[in-house]
Design a protein around this ligand. Structure first.
Ligand code: NI
Length: 251
């Protein structure tokens, strides 16, 4: 069930069954010579749609912008300031909280979002204080960090999976948008690896935008495998999250 395609009456009725909601979050940023600018938003959006087919869940509109300052030396990238993203995520949660939602499951497609989004969760918990009635619960699922996904990427691509414009994310975005597949030769085949500071430093060290990857290996068929694995893993994780399994005391 998509929030943007529902009526308020349908949302009210959903709240009688569940107080959980999935919020995909991505970024609008360069992804190398053959990766789509929307990759980080496209992947979690597609995975969320797959989870919706498996279980009764409400999916909020994707947050398409993220914290992408380090990609700003490449045209097309848009970034939010970290403080803006913290405020945006906090405002989305507190709005939904006022309607009775208590469990907020973010499916994230971009590593740069992790510090601001988890900081927003801290803001929410801070505002809740010690009042535990209907205390909110927030969870950030970074789809590419799932063990099954990382194992499949290692098995298929080894070192060429890389760290930015990875083969797995480009493949998953191609599965979601086969009409946008690009055929581009990579030079060198596998991009260099290394640390980055700011946007200028990034472009100087990684001139085509990739870090450590060879996304020319990405195929729609592989993308479907990553998609299916992600949907399976994150559906189970979401169900554990809303059932309260993660609220139990450690045994
Ligand atoms: Ni990405």
């Amino acid at each position: 069930m998509q929030l943007s395609l529902s009526t308020w009456q349908e949302v009210e009725s959903y709240l009688g069954r569940s107080t959980g909601i999935i919020i995909p979050i991505g970024s609008t940023e360069q992804h190398g010579p053959n990766g789509l600018i929307g990759t980080d938003a496209i992947c979690p959006t597609r995975i969320a749609a797959g989870i919706e087919e498996q279980t009764d869940v409400l999916i909020a509109p994707t947050i398409n912008y993220g914290m992408a300052q380090h990609h700003m030396a490449f045209p097309g990238t848009v970034t939010l300031k970290p403080s803006t993203l913290i405020s945006l995520v906090s405002d989305v949660i507190t709005s939904l909280q006022q309607h009775g939602f208590t469990r907020f499951y973010f499916i994230n497609g971009h590593g740069g979002n992790i510090p601001p989004v988890t900081t927003a969760f801290c803001e929410i918990y801070h505002a809740t204080g010690k009042n535990n009635d209907h205390a909110p619960r927030c969870r950030l699922a970074n789809w590419w960090r799932n063990d099954a996904i990382a194992e499949l990427a290692a098995e298929l691509y080894g070192e060429a999976e890389g760290h930015h414009a990875t083969v797995s994310e480009v493949a998953l975005s191609y599965f979601a948008h086969p009409e946008a597949v690009k055929d581009v030769a990579m030079s060198p085949e596998i991009a260099p690896n290394g640390e980055i500071y700011d946007a200028a430093d990034y472009r100087r060290k990684f001139p085509d935008g990739r870090i450590g990857s060879n996304p020319a290996l990405a195929t729609i068929a592989d993308g479907e495998r990553f998609y299916r694995l992600s949907v399976e893993a994150l559906t189970a994780d979401y169900e554990n999250f809303i059932s309260g399994a993660y609220d139990e005391m450690a045994g």
